[in-house]
Ligand binder design. Structure first.
Ligand SMILES: Nc1nc2c(c(=O)[nH]1)N[C@H]1C(S)=C(S)[C@@H](COP(=O)(O)OP(=O)(O)OC[C@H]3O[C@@H](n4cnc5c(N)ncnc54)[C@H](O)[C@@H]3O)O[C@H]1N2
Ligand code: MOO
Length: 339
């Protein structure tokens, strides 16, 4: 590629898109890359401030920004993700092909951005995204890039950086604890909240039971739900420190492995997660019924991509773990759980 005076560029090929901005009216491409400059174009180019212009000099050692962006896009995008073609000014947008759970390999992302000549900007991962949602933008900075350099950059990307994992529906069990509910003193308001959350994952409750605050009954109900084929068991209420809070003991009595009782998330500090033969059991504190978004909403999606939740996945939620309880909730487009 070389620079020549615009007046001398008639008949030459423009090496990159040229942006035209008319404030308040238009922002877009004034001249497209690859356009052959006509005599009538010179005046417009000069009005756009281009007294000199890059023209193409491509060969096999120098890759055009758009071709480099495509090569990069192919490496970055994993399952459930695609990028829009053709690139514009060396930039591609990366979008979700389907609804699913967004995973971003931050380690590789940082390494590629540190390499130079490229800019990859993403939204936060570890959240549900919908089909067509914009996930990232990726731009090659120079107009052409040495093939050797591009290959080195591509080699860093040992696995896709952005993936949208498919959600697999589950048959769930909801066990509602609380003698006040069991004895009919109050109406159960917890079960409908959990059912609503399950619907987000095209899942339903195949087992529902209201039980009193009794460790043995809670334990037996969990085992009964498992025997009936529940793939996810949710036990509501009775999670704090009162003498009648029997849910953690009931879950423990099944022999389940307790991953964590408690989380550095507000609300949701008293959530419990256990696994009984790979079946996740959640103990849900009262706040899950009351607050729109809690620790439960951060952990639940992982169940539907069959990811076993580790203790560290929970204890690392503290950075960003404070829900600001906004008047209009825009979760997941907020700082909640974006550590
Ligand atoms: N001294 C402390 N007290 C509390 C702590 C603490 O750490 N130290 N933690 C607080 C947190 S965090 C939460 S969250 C709450 C609630 O925890 P529980 O899971 O034990 O909730 P319950 O006591 O069972 O119920 C609270 C409240 O909600 C009503 N409820 C429960 N289930 C239903 C249902 N199915 N339908 C309708 N209403 C329901 C229940 O009647 C109570 O009014 O504890 C803090 N306390
Ligand atoms: O488990 Mo409680 O959420 O912190 O409200």
């Amino acid at each position: 590629m070389k620079v020549i005076k615009t007046e001398e560029a008639i008949g030459k090929v423009i090496a990159h898109d040229i942006t035209e901005i008319v404030p308040g009216v238009f922002k877009g491409i004034g001249f497209k890359k690859g356009h052959i400059i006509q005599p009538g174009d010179v005046e417009k180019l000069l009005r756009l401030g281009k007294e000199h212009i890059y023209v193409f000099e491509l060969d096999e050692d120098n890759i055009h920004e758009d071709d480099a962006a495509i090569a990069l896009g192919n490496k970055i995008c994993g399952e459930g993700v695609y990028f829009e073609e053709p690139p514009k000014e060396g930039k591609i947008n990366i979008l979700a092909q389907r609804k699913g759970y967004l995973k971003i390999n931050k380690e590789i992302l940082d390494e590629v951005n540190d390499f130079g000549d490229v800019s990859i900007a993403t939204i936060h991962g570890n959240r549900i995204v919908t089909a067509g949602e914009k996930l990232a933008g990726c731009r090659i900075i120079p107009l052409t890039i040495k093939k050797e350099k591009l290959d080195k950059m591509l080699n860093i990307i040992s696995q896709p950086i952005i993936e949208v994992k498919a959600l697999k529906s589950k048959d769930a069990a909801i066990i509602t604890t609380g003698s006040e509910v069991y004895k009919g003193r109050i109406t159960d308001k917890f079960t409908p909240v959990i059912k609503e959350k399950l619907r987000l994952y095209d899942s339903r409750a195949i087992f529902e039971k209201i039980v009193p605050d009794d460790t043995t009954i809670i334990r037996d109900s969990i085992l009964e739900a498992k025997a009936k084929g529940a793939q996810l068991i949710v036990v509501t209420g009775g999670m704090s420190v009162d003498p009648d809070d029997k849910t953690p003991g009931g879950i423990k009595a099944t022999g389940a492995e307790i991953i964590s009782y408690g989380s550095p998330v507000l609300p949701g500090s008293m959530i419990l997660l256990a696994y009984l033969d790979e079946i996740p059991i959640f103990g849900l504190p009262g706040c899950v019924m009351y607050n729109k978004t809690t620790a439960f909403d951060l952990l639940l999606p992982k169940v539907f991509i069959d990811e076993k939740i580790k203790r560290k996945d929970i204890t690392s939620l503290g950075y960003g773990g404070l829900c600001l309880n906004c008047d209009i909730c825009v979760f997941p487009n907020c700082s909640f759980a974006k550590g």
